[in-house]
Write a new protein. Structure first.
Lengths: 114, 113
């Protein structure tokens, strides 16, 4: 099993540019999570999908952030326009069920906004 | 307020020695407790997941214990190896919503040869 696959692994972009992060969950998993990790705030849940439907997006910081899951094998997290304070590691994770089982994380997308 | 606190913040031990990391939580009602290992620059990897009815679970050289009455957990690492150097994060979820994980700040463990 390839695990949760994220791309790009690293991205450096200028303030104001659009950033799109991509995620392929583990096949058969029906829950997908987007997290953000910073030194100051640790891991924060941004949005949770179950069966491709957004269940909880209360962690999305502001309207500049949006996430989609058009099918069971693909999700995107978009930031438009990006700001330097968005610099962080963004993790996608997936699991079977509604979060009660093991949650598997990807290797993360390291975003730097200059 | 639901919180997860870990101690120590950091720990340095010699290769081959054992160590124990602590986790206290105030999440209620409690659903499950997880320990994750996160290597620098990598995503968190699950070590164990325990429900309130389980008081010990092992994964190789890692053994987690849970006391749901005192709301405490520990992670014991036996015969440490250099590859055990990482952050170990205690994570708790409540029955209200299993997907809302409360993350501890982690213990940074360094194994020295």
């Amino acid at each position: 099993d390839a695990g949760v696959i994220q791309s790009p692994r690293h991205e450096v972009t200028e303030m104001g540019q659009e950033v799109t992060l991509r995620c392929k969950p583990i096949s058969g998993h029906n829950s997908l999570f987007w997290y953000r990790q910073t030194m100051m705030r640790g891991l924060e849940l941004l949005i949770y999908f179950n069966n491709n439907v957004p269940i909880d997006d209360s962690g999305m910081p502001e309207d500049r952030f949006s996430a989609k899951m058009p099918n069971a094998s693909f999700s995107t997290l978009k930031i438009q326009p990006s700001e330097p304070r968005d610099s962080a590691v963004y993790f996608c994770a997936s699991s079977f069920g509604r979060g009660e089982n093991t949650i598997y994380f990807g290797e993360g997308s390291w975003l730097t906004v200059v | 307020k639901n919180q997860v606190e870990q101690s120590p913040q950091s720990l340095i031990i010699l290769e081959g020695k054992n160590c124990t990391l602590q986790c206290n939580y105030t999440v209620s009602p409690f659903s499950n407790l997880r320990w994750y290992k996160q290597d620098t620059g990598r995503g968190p990897v699950s070590l164990t997941i325990m429900t309130f009815s389980e008081n010990t679970k092992s994964n190789g050289r890692y053994t987690a214990t849970l006391d749901a009455d005192t709301k405490q957990s520990s992670l014991h690492i036996t015969a440490s190896q250099l590859s055990d150097s990482a952050s170990y994060i205690c994570v708790v979820s409540g029955m209200d919503s299993n997907y809302q994980l409360i993350w501890g700040a982690g213990t940074k463990l360094i194994i020295k040869p």
